[in-house]
Ligand binder design. Structure first.
Ligand code: DAT
Ligand code: MG
Length: 151
């Protein structure tokens, strides 16, 4: 079994709807270890870099506004970023997060319970979770300095 690290972001809808504690509770229930946590003021540059693989999608500009808290009145574009580590951490966190589309996310998952699609077509799906080892490595390094992650 592979020991992995994965990046989690509590997205602005999650923070605005007071789902931070619930999300951390679900993450704890996986048995994985929290090895980094910080509040980040998400710059335009960081948002675009994080989602660069989606830059040609029609929803891209909305996604940048969303992750920067512009639809939820988030002060200073701040969000909570976390790194969890453990056996198969990437899959384990994706499992509690649920499918990308909140309408397709299984009942009981974070996105299935609390996500929504706005009338403008924006997916508000509460958390970000890295999707595979390559993404996870890139994302952890993008959001955290090495010394901010516990050994
Ligand atoms: P995930 O966040 O599950 O890894 P992704 O990386 O494919 O999904 O997309 C990143 C985010 O972009 C996703 O959380 C919500 C948004 N998104 C994805 N597909 C979308 C779509 N068809 N319409 C609107 N927003 C979408
Ligand atoms: Mg993704």
């Amino acid at each position: 079994m592979a020991i992995e690290q994965t990046l989690i972001l509590i997205k602005p809808d999650g923070a605005a709807r007071r789902l931070t504690g619930l999300t951390i509770d679900r993450l704890d229930s996986t048995g994985l270890e929290m090895v980094a946590a910080k509040m980040v003021s998400v710059s335009e540059k960081l948002a675009r870099e994080h989602y660069k693989a989606l830059s040609d999608k029609p929803f891209f500009e909305g996604l940048i506004k969303y992750i920067r808290g512009e639809f939820h009145g988030i002060k200073d574009h701040r969000i909570l970023a976390l790194v969890y580590r453990g056996e198969n951490a990437i899959k384990a966190v994706r499992a509690i997060a649920g499918a990308t589309n909140p309408e397709q996310a299984a009942a009981g998952t974070i996105r299935g319970s609390f996500g929504r699609i706005t009338t403008a077509g924006q997916f508000e799906n509460v958390i970000h979770a890295s999707s595979d080892p390559a993404d996870a490595a890139r994302e952890v390094a993008l959001w955290f300095k090495k010394e901010e992650i516990l050994p």
